[in-house]
Design a protein around this ligand. Structure first.
Ligand code: NAP
Length: 485
C-alpha cells in the first residue's frame, strides 16, 4: 500500500480531466495525478464506439481552444477521431506520465486536520492530495430498463455505451430500444446490413438536418496554412450555436422557427402520413436534446426497418413482446436507453466535512456554486458538475471555463490551505438559477434525463454559455471561507 502525496488529484481522463491536467501543467504545476479506472484515456469517446457514433457538435468547435485541429475528416467528427485527438493532446502536452491507469478511486475523504483529501482505490492503494478535481462525467452509467423476462433472452444484448463488437449483426434480426441521440446514429449505420431492424420508440425526438459532409483536402490545407481562418470558423460556429439558446431559454419566435424547420425535415423525409404522425413529436422543441441527422428518417424507407411505437412488455428467449400481445423474433437486443446522468458521481463516495457523503446529499438536490465548488466539501472542485450541461453548445467550452476558474481557486487555496464556498453564496446562486430554469424548454413538461426524480433540473445551465464564461473569469475571494492550515 502506497500513500503518495499530491498537490492535485484529478479523477477521470476524458475531455474534462485531461483539460484540467494540461492547464495545470501549462501553469507550471507538476504535482498532480490523473486517476483513470480504465486502461485507456478518453472518457465518453473511449466508451462509446457504436456504429455511426460521432459528435453532434461541429468538430471545429468540439475541441480545446488551445489545440485546434486542421485534420477533422468531417464537419461532425466520428468517435475514433475524437479519441485520437485526446490521445494526441495527452502526448503533446506530456500528460501521459501523470495518468495512473487501471486505478478506480472508490472513496475520497476530507481530512480536516491536514486540510487534504485522502483517496482510496478499489485495490486498496492510498493517495493524499491537497485539492481534488472530479472529472468523472455524467454520461457513463448505462441504464438498462428492467423488462420482465430480460434474463431469459437467448440472443445477445448490450447497451449502446458498451457496444459488443464481437457480435456480428449481418443478417440478424435486431431490436433497438430508444430513440435518443445514440439510437438515431445507430439506426442508419446498421439498417443496411441487418436482416430486420425493429426500432422501439417511446417518445419521438425532434430531429433537424445535420448537413453532414466530408471536409475537403483543400479546406484542411487552408486551415493548416491559415490558423486564423480555423479560429474564425470556430468562432462563427460558436455564435451560431449560442444563438440557438434563445429557442431553449424562452418560448418565442426562435422556438417556432426551430420547430418549423424540424417539421419540414420530417415532412420532406417521410411520405407515409401514418408513419409521419408516429414520428412527430408533441412537446416543445428542445425539451429533450434536439437531434441532428440527415439519414435517420430515410432509414424508415427500407423494407427491413419497422418503427414500433407499442411498449415492450416482455422479453422471451427468442424475441420481444409488445403491449398489444405481438411477439417479434429477435437475435440481438440493443439498449440505446441512455445514462443515469442525475446520479452524478456515483459509485464514487466523497466524504466532506463532518463525514457528509456527497451523493447522499445530492439525492435531494444536487447543488454546487457555478457547478464547481460545493459547500461542506473544502478543496473539492467539479468539472461538468450540477447545472453546467448544455442543450445547444459545446461542453468543451464549459469545461475550459471551469478549468480556468479552478486554476484561479488553486492559487487562493495554496495561499490559505483551505477553500470552501460559503453556503449562502451557493444557496443564492442556485435560487436564481432555478428561477431562470422555470422558463426553459427543458421544464416544459416532457420526460428526459435532464430531470431528477422530483422533476427538477440539476443538469443543464439555464443561460447563454457566454454568461457562464463571464461568471467564471474571476474568483471572488469573498464567496469563500478561507483558513490557514
Ligand atoms: P437518451 O437521450 O437518454 O435516450 C434514451 C432513449 O431511450 C429515449 O428515447 C428514451 O425514451 C428511451 N428509453 C429509455 N428507457 C426506455 C424504456 N424503458 N422503454 C423504451 N424506451 C426507453 O440516451 P442517449 O441516446 O444515449 O443520449 C444520452 C446523451 O448522450 C444525449 O442526450 C447527449 O447528451 C449524449 N450523446 C451525445 C452524442 C453526440 O453526438 N454528441 C451522441 C449520443 C449521445 P423517452 O424519450 O421516452 O424517455
Amino acid at each position: 500500500m502506497s500513500n503518495q502525496r499530491l498537490r492535485v488529484a484529478i479523477i477521470g481522463s476524458g475531455f474534462a480531466g485531461l483539460g484540467m491536467a494540461i492547464r495545470l501543467k501549462q501553469s507550471g504545476q507538476h504535482s498532480f495525478t490523473v486517476f483513470e479506472a480504465a486502461d485507456k484515456l478518453g472518457g465518453t469517446w473511449r466508451d462509446n464506439t457504436y456504429p455511426g457514433c460521432a459528435c453532434d457538435v461541429p468538430s471545429h468547435l468540439y475541441s480545446y481552444s488551445f489545440e485546434l485541429n486542421s485534420d477533422w475528416s468531417r464537419n461532425f467528427a466520428p468517435w475514433h477521431e475524437i479519441e485520437a485527438y485526446l490521445k494526441h493532446c495527452a502526448t503533446k502536452y506530456e500528460i501521459d506520465a501523470h495518468i495512473k491507469y487501471g486505478t478506480r478511486i472508490t472513496a475520497a475523504r476530507f481530512d480536516e486536520t491536514t486540510n487534504s483529501w485522502r483517496l482510496t482505490s478499489a485495490t486498496g492503494e492510498r493517495f493524499t492530495a491537497q485539492a481534488l478535481v472530479l472529472g468523472t462525467g455524467p454520461l457513463n452509467k448505462p441504464v438498462i430498463p428492467d423488462i420482465p423476462g430480460l434474463a431469459t433472452f437467448a440472443g445477445k444484448q448490450f447497451h449502446s455505451g458498451a457496444w459488443d463488437h464481437t457480435v456480428g449483426l449481418q443478417d440478424r434480426r435486431v431490436a433497438v430500444i430508444g430513440t435518443g441521440a445514440s439510437a438515431i446514429q445507430i439506426v442508419p449505420a446498421i439498417a443496411a446490413s441487418v436482416r430486420q431492424l425493429y426500432l422501439l420508440q417511446r417518445t419521438p425526438p425532434w430531429v433537424m438536418p445535420r448537413f453532414e459532409r466530408a471536409i475537403s483536402r483543400v479546406e484542411k490545407r487552408l486551415y493548416r496554412a491559415l490558423p486564423p481562418l480555423r479560429r474564425l470558423i470556430r468562432t462563427l460556429i460558436y455564435w451560431r450555436l449560442e444563438a440557438l439558446a434563445g429557442a431553449l431559454l424562452r418560448d418565442g419566435r426562435l422556438r417556432r422557427l426551430a420547430e418549423g424547420l424540424a417539421r419540414r425535415h420530417l415532412q420532406r423525409s417521410i411520405k407515409d402520413p401514418q408513419l409521419r404522425r408516429a414520428l412527430a413529436p408533441n412537446y416543445r422543441i428542445g425539451c429533450k436534446r434536439i437531434l441532428l441527422s440527415d439519414d435517420y428518417y430515410a432509414s424508415f424507407a427500407r423494407p427491413n426497418v419497422e418503427l414500433v411505437t407499442t411498449a415492450v412488455t416482455e422479453v422471451r428467449p427468442q424475441g420481444i413482446v409488445t403491449a398489444d400481445g405481438r411477439e417479434r423474433g429477435v437475435d440481438t437486443l440493443i439498449f440505446a436507453t441512455g445514462f443515469a446522468a442525475t446520479d452524478f458521481i456515483t459509485p464514487l463516495k466523497v466524504y466532506g466535512r463532518g463525514g457528509q457523503e456527497l451523493s447522499a446529499l445530492w439525492r435531494s438536490q444536487a447543488e454546487a456554486y457555478l457547478g464547481i465548488t460545493i459547500a461542506g466539501f473544502p478543496n473539492l472542485f467539479m468539472l461538468v458538475g450540477p447545472n453546467t450541461g448544455l442543450g445547444h453548445n459545446s461542453i468543451i467550452f464549459m469545461i475550459e471555463a471551469q478549468v480556468h476558474y479552478i486554476l484561479e481557486a488553486l492559487q487562493t487555496l495554496y495561499a490559505s490551505g483551505r477553500l470552501e464556498v460559503k453556503p449562502e453564496v451557493q444557496r443564492n446562486y442556485n435560487r436564481k438559477l432555478q428561477q431562470r430554469m422555470h422558463r426553459t424548454a427543458w421544464m416544459s413538461g416532457c420526460n428526459s434525463w435532464y430531470l431528477s426524480a422530483d422533476g427538477k433540473n440539476y443538469t443543464l445551465y439555464p443561460g447563454y454559455t457566454v454568461g457562464y464564461w463571464s461568471a467564471t473569469r474571476k474568483l471572488n475571494p469573498s464567496d469563500y471561507s478561507l483558513a490557514r492550515s
